[in-house]
Design a protein. Structure first.
Length: 192
């Protein structure tokens, strides 16, 4: 079906009980019909090293991540906020995926992008999300603008590792629906 949308979900956290990974799982439960979400984990991605890339090419875990991003119709990132910024593990993965491949391919190029974040504090990852938007300019990604999903005081909105707060779940539902609609809209413009 032409309106099928496959999304790759990337969590900026390696924690086993990550609120942001759980946010992606909530998104997978709330997708509109015709959409799928594949969540990738960044634990095997080595630190970015240009010398390694020049000498040996992309390490196998990086190749898998790049291929998954390239095959997806859209990207959904759920990020924590560390020191007013995105996590180091997320920045590292973005650095690897953003480098041109052997055929000059750029997996993030022209991908629709959804951005969410959960935080135990009062600001709900607003600064980290703004940094991701800034990075999207360089990466030539197309982020959706609304609705924003910045889950504040997140620990109170989860139970047994699952997002249970209905108002927040509704924001997530709206966000993934907007990402799917945006992806289809961009696809239709491309096919004209």
């Amino acid at each position: 079906m032409a309106d099928t949308v496959h999304i790759v979900g990337i969590s900026g956290s390696l924690r086993q009980q990550s609120l942001n990974t759980a946010l992606l799982h909530a998104a997978s439960e709330l997708l509109p019909d015709g959409a799928t979400l594949e969540i990738v984990h960044l634990g095997e991605i080595p630190p970015y090293d240009q010398d390694l890339l020049d000498a040996q090419g992309f390490p196998a875990p990086v190749q898998r991540l790049r291929a998954t991003v390239a095959a997806a119709d859209a990207v959904l990132i759920a990020t924590p906020e560390y020191n007013y910024s995105i996590s180091g593990v997320l920045k590292n993965a973005i650095d690897w995926v953003s480098r041109p491949g052997p055929n000059k391919e750029l997996p993030f190029d022209e991908k629709p992008l959804g951005i969410m974040g959960a935080s135990p504090g009062l600001y709900g990852t607003v600064r980290a999300q703004m940094q991701l938007r800034q990075m999207a300019v360089y990466l030539n990604m197309f982020p959706i603008n609304k609705p924003e999903v910045m889950v504040t005081q997140a620990a109170q909105k989860y139970s047994a590792g699952r997002l249970t707060d209905e108002a927040t779940r509704d924001f997530v539902r709206q966000h993934v629906a907007a990402l799917v609609a945006w992806t289809i809209r961009l696809r239709q413009k491309e096919n004209r």
